[in-house]
Write a protein that binds this ligand. Structure first.
Ligand code: 13P
Ligand code: SF4
Length: 307
């Protein structure tokens, strides 16, 4: 009779294999709780890629979505970057192709092309500057002398950045299918239930949701806010996976998801079992070709120079 392994057994195997392979496990803030628990590092998309570049480990198991593993591969081509589930993509990143961006650039010759880190490596190779939800406003503020700015693919992040900077942006019709599930009614309802709570929202949310937030923050900034704010209760308008991390890091505070419907199915594809299989079989490797990598790297380096 075959015995079923429980999470504790699998985690033990993962730890043993990780040592054998000389691997580190990087885990995004939206991952399943049991996957967060085996992380060497947890963080937002760019923090994790930077961690990948910094670590001595030769093998990175990246628990997130495909563009994040690609970014890690761009930053550290000498390392083996594995994803537990190769089909875990980001629908927003898939809303613009390199061809489409090339056409947009042809329609606006002279415009500087800025793109969210939630893009494929092929799209990054077409960008002048990459940005994240943490630094998008700072990047656009820096581009004072540019007449025209393309900003892809997230129209809601673009709207937020445009309002913050007073700059008109040439945008794309991309959006996050998970964040648009959070509605202003959700925020109003939660505020009614928890009148003392502060509201934090990710800039991928709709403008009508952001208008009701006390702070608009990336996932890593939400962690910082939870630590530094005197608020004892926080309503969190982003993917629900972050609640586990926030509660674990701040057991003295209460965190309420703005909507239980804000689940990113792609982020949840990485299970504990798949992390184990990934280490056992050294699967699935994500590697960016040299020509795309060197061009995409320039857009990431341009961002790093600015912030
Ligand atoms: P962060 O970079 O803020 O972690 O966001 C990534 C993401 O996919 C948000 O939906
Ligand atoms: Fe992409 Fe949205 Fe999922 Fe983030 S939450 S990975 S933007 S689909």
């Amino acid at each position: 009779m075959k015995t079923q392994l429980n999470d504790k057994d699998i985690s033990k195997h993962v730890k043993e294999l990780k040592k054998e392979r000389g691997a580190v496990i990087l885990v995004h803030n939206y991952q399943l709780p049991e996957v967060q628990d085996i992380a060497d590092f947890r963080g937002d998309s760019l923090e994790l890629s930077r961690m990948a570049a910094k670590t001595e480990a030769k093998v990175i198991v990246f628990c997130g979505v495909h563009f994040m593993a690609e970014t890690a591969s761009i930053l550290c081509p000498d390392k083996t970057v594995l994803v537990p589930d190769i089909s875990a993509g980001c629908p927003m990143a898939n809303m613009i192709t390199a061809d489409e961006l090339r056409t947009l650039k042809q329609e606006h010759p002279g415009a500087v092309a800025v793109g969210y880190v939630n893009t494929s490596a092929a799209v990054k190779a077409e960008l002048d500057i990459c940005c994240t939800s943490t630094n998008a406003v700072a990047i656009i503020n820096h581009l004072k002398n540019e007449k025209e700015i393309i900003f892809v693919p997230d129209k809601y992040l673009a709207d937020y950045v445009s309002k913050q900077t007073g700059r008109k942006l040439i945008t794309w019709n991309g959006f996050c299918p998970t964040h648009i599930k959070i509605t202003p009614e959700d925020i109003k309802r939660e505020k009614k239930f928890h009148p003392k709570a502060k509201v934090v929202a990710h800039p991928e949310c709709m403008p009508s949701v952001l208008a009701l937030a006390d702070a608009v923050l990336s996932t890593s900034q939400m962690g910082k806010f939870a630590k530094e704010s005197p608020a004892k209760e926080i309503i969190v308008a982003t993917e629900v996976g972050i609640i586990y991390r926030l509660k674990k890091d701040h057991p003295d505070k209460e965190f309420y998801p703005a909507s239980e419907r804000a689940v990113c199915p792609n982020m949840k594809r990485n299970t504990l079992e798949k992390v184990l299989f990934s280490l056992e079989n050294m699967q699935f490797e994500v590697r960016v070709s040299d020509d795309i990598r060197s061009k995409a790297r320039k857009a990431i380096d341009a961002m790093v120079r600015i912030v």
